[in-house]
Design a protein around this ligand. Sequence first.
Ligand SMILES: [Zn+2]
Length: 79
Amino acid sequence: MGFCINCGQQHQDGIRFCRFCGNQQPGEQLLARLRQEAEQIHYLRLQAQALAQQQQLQQQQLQQQQQYSQNQYNQQQRW
Ligand SMILES: [Zn+2]
């Protein structure tokens, strides 16, 4: 089953024209290319998410380190 690229109605695979709005549907080659692009986008998004998580982690570590040195400084001040 596929969906019309124009009206979004569901229709059978392999048809050339939508039976609801008459819009021409993408051929197999185009669909294959679109699928490939979608996979690439998915992959890029995963990479970006991983990078963002890494940066967040690094920031958290940095904040912890700053807090730690601040505590040490406070302790030194007390003595
Ligand atoms: Zn349609």
